[in-house]
Design a protein around this ligand. Structure first.
Ligand SMILES: C[S@@+](CC[C@H](N)C(=O)[O-])C[C@H]1O[C@@H](n2cnc3c(N)ncnc32)[C@H](O)[C@@H]1O
Length: 307
C-alpha cells in the first residue's frame, strides 16, 4: 500500500469543516478552539501524515470523516456496550484504524471503556498512522492525558488461521493475542484494497479474532462485525482496475455468501441460524471503462450468543 499512490498537490478546499467535526475536535482538544484554529490543526495533521503516507484518504481528510458512525448499526453498538456490567464492556477492535478518529469518536459518543482491562483497540499496518494520531489528538501514552484506547501496528495477514491455544490475558499488543477476544470488530475501507483471494483470507482472520463464547457474567449476547468498502452494484462479482492491479468488488449477494461460507467453516453451519447479515448498497458511478459499477457496501454481521 505504501508505494501505490503518487504524491499529489494538497488543496485547501479538500477540507469541508462540518459542525460535527468542530464539536468532536473541541471535545478532544479544547473547548475554546476557534474554527480557524481547528482548520490550522487539521491542515498541519494532513501535511505531517502525507509526508510518509501519500494516500487519498489523508489528502481528502477522510481521517476526520466519521465513516464508522454512518453505519446503520452504530447506535445499536453503543447501546449494547452501555448495557454491559460495569468494567465488562465488550472488546472492540477497529482494524485498519488509520489515525484512530473513528474510535476516539466512538468513545466520545459514549462507548464505555473498562477501568481494569483494556477493551478498545485500534490496529493499523502502518505505525506512522498510530503516531500521527497521537500527534493530532495529543493523547499518546507519554502525555498527561493518555487515551484509554490501545493502539498498535500489526498486519492482519500474520494472524494464524486458528483460535486454538490459550487466549492471551491482559492488554494485547499484537493481533495474534487478540484471537478469540473481540466482541465488536470494525473494518472500514479495508477489504477493497485486496483481490478476491485476499479478501477471503482477511474475512477468515476476522472470524478467528471474534469471541463467540457466551459468559453469563458479561452477558455478551452478541458479536458484531461491521464495515464499509467499495463493492459492485450488480448481482455479480466484478473486478475493478486499481493501483494494486485489480481489486475485487463483491456484490451484496456475494458478500453475504462469503460470510456464510466463512462462519460455517469456522463454527459449523448451525451458526447461520443465529446470524443476521445486512448489506446496504450505495450506488456510485461506473468506472469510465464500464467494467465495474461501483457501490459502497455498508454492512454488518451480527451473531447472537449463546450459540
Ligand atoms: C483506506 S484506509 C481506511 C481507513 C479507515 N478505516 C476508514 O474507514 O477511512 C485502509 C487502512 O487499512 C490499513 N491496512 C492495510 N492493510 C492492512 C493490513 N494488512 N493489516 C492491518 N491494516 C491494514 C491501511 O494502513 C489503512 O490505514
Amino acid at each position: 500500500m505504501a508505494t501505490a499512490y503518487p504524491s499529489l498537490e494538497l488543496h485547501d478546499d479538500d477540507l469541508v469543516l462540518t459542525p460535527e467535526t468542530v464539536t468532536f475536535l473541541r471535545n478532544a482538544l479544547g473547548k475554546d478552539l476557534t474554527e480557524e484554529e481547528i482548520t490550522k490543526i487539521l491542515f498541519e495533521a494532513r501535511s505531517s501524515a502525507y509526508k510518509t503516507m501519500a494516500f487519498p484518504c489523508i489528502r481528502q481528510f477522510h481521517f476526520v470523516s466519521f465513516f464508522m458512525q454512518r453505519n446503520k448499526i452504530y447506535p445499536h453498538i453503543i447501546e449494547y456496550a452501555q448495557k454491559a456490567p460495569a468494567d465488562k464492556a465488550p472488546v472492540v477492535l477497529d482494524l485498519g484504524c488509520c489515525m484512530g478518529t473513528d474510535l476516539r469518536k466512538l468513545v466520545q459518543d459514549g462507548y464505555p471503556t473498562n477501568k481494569t482491562n483494556t477493551n478498545v483497540y485500534g490496529v493499523d499496518l502502518l505505525p506512522d498512522f498510530v503516531s500521527e494520531g497521537y500527534k493530532l489528538y495529543r493523547d499518546g501514552p507519554e502525555t498527561s492525558t493518555p487515551t484509554p484506547i490501545k493502539f498498535f501496528a500489526d498486519d492482519i495477514f500474520t494472524v494464524p488461521l486458528t483460535a486454538d491455544g490459550p487466549i492471551a490475558e491482559g492488554t494485547a499488543s499484537s493481533l495474534k493475542d487478540l484471537r478469540g477476544k473481540i466482541d465488536i470488530l470494525y473494518a472500514g475501507a479495508l477489504f477493497h484494497l485486496f483481490d478476491e483471494e485476499k479478501q477471503f483470507a482477511l474475512a477468515e482472520r476476522l472470524a478467528v479474532l471474534i469471541n463467540t463464547k457466551y459468559s453469563a457474567d458479561r452477558n455478551n449476547n452478541e458479536v458484531i462485525i461491521f464495515g464499509r468498502h467499495i463493492g459492485s452494484l450488480e448481482e455479480k462479482k466484478a473486478h475493478r482496475p486499481s493501483e494494486f492491479g485489480g481489486a475485487f468488488g463483491h456484490s451484496p449477494e456475494s458478500w453475504k455468501e462469503l460470510w456464510e461460507t466463512i462462519l460455517s467453516k469456522q463454527f459449523g453451519k448451525d451458526i447461520l441460524k443465529n446470524t443476521d447479515i445486512y448489506v446496504f448498497k450505495e450506488d456510485l458511478i461506473a468506472d469510465s471503462d464500464n467494467v465495474f459499477h461501483k457501490a459502497w457496501l455498508w454492512w454488518s454481521v451480527t451473531i447472537r450468543l449463546p450459540l
